[in-house]
Write a protein that binds this ligand. Structure first.
Ligand SMILES: [Ca+2]
Ligand SMILES: [Ca+2]
Length: 263
């Protein structure tokens, strides 16, 4: 059986180097019951606790977010966070960028939208190092924010759904060494990692560690968030319709049948 699985894996992964060792580390699709509060929801993978964040506006809504740039629909429901400035948060089961992660990379993606026009909203990854945020101040465009500094104004309306894609290369050596950040807004996913093109934002000026995520919409406003993913590789954090997948799957099944005939 092990050999059969190896055969299947080999056939499926020919030409797809990402599928050999990469792994999805964290995921949350918010496909909970519509109208339920996010507090104490504990689905998904890679988390150490349930969501915090009480309040009537921190709820699951049926209006899930989708990104039309070749990503598969996220489906189901989404989080709507806001009201009285109560943030919503959850911790990862490990500290990305800390001891043991130096010299490695993580990819991060999520979908977000700030439907209202009053006040700020953000999705922020935090830890011992600088925080990394998608931030919408009252200017109502999406910013990349590190710590308390807006390092890039995308000019894109925060009323529109944005797909964020981050790659962080944690520097070798000491954890405190500065890391390489790449940020894409609404990336073209159709060509895979090789077709991404240059990142919208790059930086080597900050040290990052990520042990949690926080989401907040200022009073009178809200943030909608869906499909949070952290992975070792690009393909772990995006969902691309892959016409060749079924062809490869068919090849894999043929390989398994051939193996069974020989044995
Ligand atoms: Ca969803
Ligand atoms: Ca570092």
């Amino acid at each position: 059986m092990k050999n059969m699985l190896l055969t299947l894996n080999l056939v499926l992964c020919i030409g797809y180097s990402w599928c050999v060792n990469a792994a999805l580390l964290v995921s949350e699709d918010f496909n909970y019951t519509d109208g339920s509060t996010i507090k104490d929801a504990n689905g998904g993978t890679g988390w150490s606790n349930a969501w915090s964040g009480s309040g009537e506006d921190n709820v699951i809504i049926s209006d899930n977010l989708d990104y039309t740039g070749a990503i598969a629909p996220s489906g189901g429901s989404a989080l709507r966070s806001g009201g009285n400035d109560i943030s919503v948060g959850r911790s990862f089961s490990t500290n990305y960028g800390g001891d043991g992660d130096t010299g490695t990379s993580v990819w991060i993606s999520f979908l977000a939208k700030k439907p209202g026009g009053f006040g700020y909203g953000y999705v922020s990854l935090g830890g011992d190092g600088s925080s990394l945020s998608l931030y919408a101040p009252t200017a109502d465009t999406w910013f990349t924010r590190v710590g308390n500094t807006n390092i890039y104004d995308s000019g894109m309306s925060s009323f529109d759904t944005v797909m964020m894609l981050y790659k962080v290369d944690f520097a070798s050596g000491a954890v405190s060494n500065l890391d390489d950040l790449s940020v894409w807004y609404n990336p073209d996913l159709s060509g895979g990692e090789a077709g991404l093109g240059a990142a919208t934002v790059t930086s080597s000026d900050y040290n990052f560690t990520f042990d949690s995520i926080g989401i907040r919409g200022w009073t009178g406003n809200s943030m909608q968030v869906d499909n949070i993913k952290i992975g070792e590789g690009f393909a772990d954090v995006v969902a691309i319709p892959e016409p060749g997948t079924f062809f490869l799957l068919g090849l894999g099944l043929l390989g398994m049948l051939a193996f069974r005939k020989r044995s």
